[in-house]
Design a binder for this molecule. Structure first.
Ligand SMILES: Cc1cc2nc3c(=O)[nH]c(=O)nc-3n(C[C@H](O)[C@H](O)[C@H](O)COP(=O)(O)OP(=O)(O)OC[C@H]3O[C@@H](n4cnc5c(N)ncnc54)[C@H](O)[C@@H]3O)c2cc1C
Ligand code: FES
Length: 280
């Protein structure tokens, strides 16, 4: 099978859209949302707030939206973006401009066609876990804000490549006064990976559950730390997506299940999984 992102990407994308369009229309709800705020949060990173009461009310931390980026027939596939936060009847999301889809989305004005909220988000259990740690890297920090707001007394560890990419600092600091920001080049905060202060907190016995999202190398280290220190861990996975609603099987990831249960759909069974179920 030809994947949509292989050569001749846009033509394949059109075929893919025809394959999954039926499910898209009938199985999940699309919302027309008014763009009420749009700013560049960091170079190449857009911060959008849209208004739609039904979408905002249904959203849970860790879920994502599937956004129609353009009316251009050459770009029919939606793009998945994590829900960063909700407030009243509004929903906020941040995205990095990577390719044609996100570049077109960044130019949108007026209204957006958004499918969602989609997927299985983070488990917030303030009765069971009293010392949650939230660790994000780069773009993976965006889905963690709404989560941090719903957790009681979270410790938050964020990693970025460099100072100019640091985003949402004030919002996270409001949830954790000890917020640890790390940059790879030391241009802001601590010069280390965000996993370093997380490990110190684990060593000190200050963590009983970890929630994470970010680049794969970081996720692997966080998973390994959770195993070494014996604490539960939830990981938000990212995968190239087609339909976003469980119909096309583009987005599978490997889990420890048996046979056909081994490969799970990131868009439906995830994007959030328990670390001990995942093969990374
Ligand atoms: C559940 C989920 C949540 C996401 N949340 C966010 C978010 O909150 N903010 C954000 O900036 N991005 C997020 N992404 C990634 C985002 O969907 C992609 O960057 C986007 O689809 C790229 O589309 P494009 O047309 O601009 O680029 P394309 O032309 O499709 O791709 C350009 C390049 O971007 C990279 N890319 C594309 N899709 C992905 C992907 N899914 N994962 C990793 N790299 C990719 C590839 O390197 C590719 O070569 C999320 C992805 C998933 C699956
Ligand atoms: S993107 Fe189609 S099944 Fe997940």
């Amino acid at each position: 099978m030809v994947e949509p992102w292989e050569s001749n990407h846009e033509m394949n994308e059109t075929k893919w859209h025809l394959l999954v369009n039926k499910g898209d229309k009938h199985m999940e709800q699309a919302h027309i949302c008014k763009i009420i705020r749009k700013v560049e949060a960091a170079p190449g990173v857009m911060d959008f707030t849209v208004q739609n009461a039904a979408l905002s009310a249904a959203a849970k931390p860790g879920q994502f939206i599937h956004v129609k980026c353009s009316d251009d027939v050459a770009l029919p596939l939606r793009r998945p973006i994590s829900i960063c936060d909700t407030e009243g009847d509004t929903l906020r999301f941040l995205f990095q401009i990577k390719g044609k889809g996100t570049a077109a989305l960044a130019k949108q004005e007026g209204e957006l066609d958004i499918l969602g909220p989609l997927g299985t988000g983070f488990l917030v259990d303030n009765e069971r876990f009293h010392n949650p740690a939230v660790i994000g890297g780069g773009l993976g920090t965006y889905p963690l804000l709404m989560l941090a707001k719903q957790l009681e007394n979270p410790r938050v560890f964020l990693g970025f490549r460099t100072k100019e990419l640091v985003t949402l600092e004030q919002e996270f600091a409001a949830e954790d006064p000890q917020l640890a920001i790390c940059t790879d080049d030391g241009s802001y905060g601590y010069k280390c990976l965000a996993t370093a202060p997380l490990e110190m907190a684990l060593k000190a016995g200050q963590v009983d559950v970890i929630y994470t999202c970010g680049p794969l190398p970081m996720l692997k280290v966080v998973k390994e730390l959770s195993e070494r220190y014996g604490v539960k861990c939830q990981i938000s996975m990212e995968q190239r997506m087609g339909c976003g609603i469980g119909a096309c099987l583009t987005c599978t990831c490997e889990t420890k299940g048996e046979g056909t249960w081994k490969h799970k759909r990131v868009c439906k069974n995830g994007p959030v999984f328990w670390a001990d179920d995942l093969v990374l």
